[in-house]
Design a protein around this ligand. Structure first.
Ligand SMILES: [Zn+2]
Length: 391
């Protein structure tokens, strides 16, 4: 290693340490950061100066008495200069959110749109309009955009959406079809939603997030991080078999969870309400067929979850997407099955809760991943900021 490389990597590491300390324990004075990190005060001052310059940290305006009575100015994570964009293409809607570095949502946009059978460029053009509106707002607020995340409803590997059967898409790179000033990171909506739940939900670190939509996906979070599997395709809970002789599924198999608890199956079994909101109205009104459909879907969900728990030893399951508004009618039957299948074997059953974030979970996770990366590893953002200023 040359001297210069060693210096650069040490600086990058020290930036991470200083920012980590302020983001976890701030507001802190420079002297307090030096004390907590073991770095010299002059090193901390230089690093904090660079982070303030780039808009990652800000002086809080508060002073605290320092050693020998000298006041120190406290610094905090800045919520006013750096932001990220979370985007989502789902079967029934498009959504965008603008998230600042301190974790505040500055704008959310949502457009109900039946994307089934729409060509990718048509859908991406609509999403571009929403994204442009969010970019205008970011500009107006004086934010620098650090990156964007795009959630899609299908398996994703390396920026490629392998398939989105409900949209009729195959091998599409939607992130590259958007015209944004930053790179776009693509992932499955259940994965992003699971991360959204870690960062903005109940703060649990080990759980299975289950996203009910037209398809059913799951994001497995272990120790606060997403488990992705060998090909990044873990969590296809919708195709876990509930009954091998059950109704055919679009995957070519039979009796998959999706054929019982996916949105279309659920609405059809309930007698054909047009939307989940209509279904919720029916069950609230005591409609028996709708209640039976939910109970049946809940039992199917319980069977698939029992298999997941036996395999992974989970003690918490979070139900999101369409399962959140239907939680009151699905969770009882699902928990009944979990008790029957797991109680004797394990002595306990996992806690099943409803997502607090509802339909915002995926965009929050997508934008949150960018924000968390900047905080965990500020070096690349600082370098880009310096380059932009020198250009
Ligand atoms: Zn299937």
């Amino acid at each position: 290693m040359t001297q210069a490389v060693r210096h650069d990597s040490m600086r990058a590491r020290n930036l991470e340490v200083v920012l980590g300390e302020v983001s976890r324990g701030g507001p802190l004075t420079r002297a307090a950061v030096a004390e907590r990190t073991g770095l010299t005060k002059s090193t901390v001052s230089k690093l904090v100066g660079d982070l303030v310059d780039a808009g990652i940290l800000a002086e809080s305006g508060l002073t605290r008495a320092g050693e020998r009575g000298r006041p120190g100015v406290e610094v905090v994570l800045s919520g006013n200069r750096v932001a990220s964009l979370g985007l989502e293409i789902n079967v029934g809607y498009l959504a965008v959110c603008l998230l600042d570095l301190a974790g505040e949502v500055r704008l959310t946009l949502r457009l109900a749109r039946d994307n089934r059978g729409s060509a990718p460029d048509e859908v991406l053009a609509e999403l571009q309009v929403l994204a442009a509106e969010a970019l205008d707002e970011a500009d107006r607020l004086g934010f620098t955009l650090a990156g964007a995340g795009l959630a899609v409803s299908g398996p994703v590997g390396d920026g490629l959406l392998l398939s989105a059967p409900h949209l009729g898409w195959q091998d599409v790179r939607p992130g590259e079809m958007l015209d944004l000033p930053v790179p776009v990171e693509l992932d499955n909506e259940a994965n992003f939603a699971a991360l959204g739940e870690v960062w903005f939900g109940a703060g649990e670190l080990d759980f299975l997030y289950v996203s009910g939509e037209v398809g059913i996906g799951a994001g497995l979070v272990l120790d606060g991080a997403l488990f992705r599997g060998a090909h990044g395709l873990a969590g296809e809970l919708g195709h876990v078999v509930v009954s091998p002789d059950g109704p055919p599924c679009r995957c070519g198999g039979r009796g998959c969870l999706e054929a019982y608890a996916g949105q279309e199956a659920l609405l059809a079994a309930a007698g054909g309400p047009a939307t989940i909101a209509d279904l919720v109205a029916l069950v609230k009104g005591g409609d028996q067929r709708a209640e039976l459909a939910c109970a049946e879907a809940g039992r199917a969900l319980g069977l698939a979850l029992a298999s997941a728990v036996n395999l992974l030893d989970l003690d918490r399951i979070v139900l999101g997407g369409i399962f959140a508004p239907l939680f009151g009618w699905l969770s009882g039957p699902a928990e009944q099955i979990l008790r029957e299948r797991l109680g004797r074997l394990r002595g306990s059953v996992p806690t099943v809760t409803s997502s607090r974030l509802g339909a915002s979970a995926a965009t929050l996770g997508a934008a949150g991943r960018v924000v968390h990366r900047v905080i965990a590893e500020p070096g690349p953002f600082l370098a880009a900021h310096r380059e932009a200023r020198e250009a």
